[in-house]
Design a protein around this ligand. Structure first.
Ligand code: CMC
Length: 391
């Protein structure tokens, strides 16, 4: 069968050609469909960026309006989904619930989408964007024991996220435009990142022609891990631990450098960015803005700044090109917004959804073959079977 090249973690293996996201890790460049992340974060909106990623072009005003309205056609979620949520204990991690609910959507939408039928594909995209946001927020409502909320079609997508999460039957939730703006930016910054672990997962699951919901559910599971999207939760837990232990950042820096200690500085390092993470720069600034606007003086932010400063001067981190990544500051913003730590990765998933859809769509339209890596076998050579009474 020919020689197999070994590349654990696919560090040097390209798995596809892609037109979606350009990333230069040396120079710290990230562009969606040719537009810089800095421009998009400042001038665009999450739904506009979603359209851009999925369909390839910035939408004209009428097209964007239609996209927003078409998403609203699908914002009701089947009542039977509630039975599935009811089955989970309150202690369930929201990412586990989200993966299950996303997969369960298949039960209510069993027809496989015909990717060559443009209209059907477009409807499926709108349906996924609508229902995923609602069920993502339901994972929080479940945890809190709150009644589930419904999307309000008179309001925008990001406003709806906040309402779905926080509005209680006792009174309307006051939407703060500073928070909407910061969330919109955060969702844009998380929207795609070329062939990362979860996007590759979505592509590989989808390459067997499993459905879109099943593929996205797999992406949610991949994102959950602390080395990927789960890092935003891990960062905050780390900062809280440092604070609880007297705020000694240097001690944790030493632990991260100790090769005998499995501890890593969460929110530091990246597989591809070896100079800086352009998303982290924008988020750091957004964190300062949000905290100032909300009048929050969070001591955890000071610990984060101390830790970052110390790490950036440290030879261990410098020589390995380890810099703060997107997740180092996002958790601080989420915390200031009153979002519980366990929900952080769900927010990453909401932001990443259009990227997953775009990657899945491109893979199917390019008629990519089923993903099936090879291996180098290192197990036992041929041996004779030994009956159980002779072992
Ligand atoms: N703290 C301490 N040492 C580190 C860290 C860290 N956060 N990250 C990498 N290293 C060291 C690692 O021990 C290794 O050292 P040596 O060469 O002496 O063995 C060297 O740096 C290279 O690391 P690696 O594990 O080979 O690099 P990788 O490309 O496989 O891993 C990473 C990248 C992001 C998984 C890793 O940097 C990490 O675990 N970071 C912490 C978790 C984190 O913040 N993840 C979020 C990534 S950004 C959001 C996303 O896109 O999901």
């Amino acid at each position: 069968t020919g020689a197999v090249t070994l590349d654990p973690g696919f560090k040097n293996t390209g798995a596809c050609k892609s037109e979606i996201t350009f990333l230069d890790g040396e120079k710290g460049i990230l562009r969606y469909r040719g537009y810089t992340i800095e421009d998009l974060a400042e001038k665009s909106s999450f739904l506009e960026v979603s359209y851009l990623l999925i369909f390839g072009e910035l939408p004209a005003a009428a097209v964007l309006e239609k996209f927003e309205n078409d998403i609203k056609k699908y914002t009701l979620v089947n009542e039977e989904m509630k039975n599935i949520i009811d089955g989970f204990p309150k202690t369930a991690h929201p990412m586990g619930v989200l993966a299950s609910l996303t997969s369960a959507l298949t039960a209510f939408n069993p027809q496989p989408v015909d990717v060559n039928d443009e209209e059907e594909l477009y409807d499926t995209v709108c349906k996924t964007m609508a229902k995923f946001l609602v069920i993502a927020t339901w994972t929080y409502r479940k945890k809190m024991g709150y009644p589930l909320n419904y999307y309000d079609n008179t309001k925008g997508h990001v406003e709806n996220f906040l309402r779905l999460m926080f509005e209680l039957p006792t009174g309307p939730y006051k939407i703060d435009p500073v928070i909407v703006n910061a969330l919109d930016k955060l969702f844009i910054l998380h929207a795609d990142h070329e062939q990362n672990c979860s996007a590759s997962t979505v592509r590989i699951v989808g390459s067997s022609h499993a459905g879109l919901f099943a593929s996205i559910s797999a992406g949610v599971s991949a994102l959950w891990g602390p080395l990927h999207g789960g890092a935003n939760q891990a960062v905050l837990e780390m900062l809280e631990e440092i604070q609880a232990n007297g705020g000694d950042a240097d001690k944790y820096l030493a632990k991260a450098k100790d090769k005998e200690d499995p501890f890593r500085l969460m929110g530091f390092g990246h597989r591809v960015y070896k100079n800086f993470d352009p998303r982290a720069k924008i988020i750091k600034k957004a964190a300062d803005d949000v905290l100032e606007a909300l009048g929050v003086n969070d001591p955890i932010l000071n610990i984060a700044k101390k830790l970052e400063e110390a790490a950036l001067k440290d030879e261990y981190f410098k020589s390995r090109n380890l810099y703060p990544n997107v997740d180092f500051y996002s958790g601080i913003i989420y915390r200031a917004m009153g979002i519980p730590t366990e929900m952080f990765t769900v927010l990453f998933a909401i932001g990443r959804l259009p990227g997953w859809i775009a990657q899945w769509k491109e893979m199917r339209l390019n008629k990519e073959p089923i993903g099936r890596p090879r291996q180098i076998y290192t197990g036992s050579p041929l041996r004779d079977f030994v009956p159980v009474d002779k072992r």
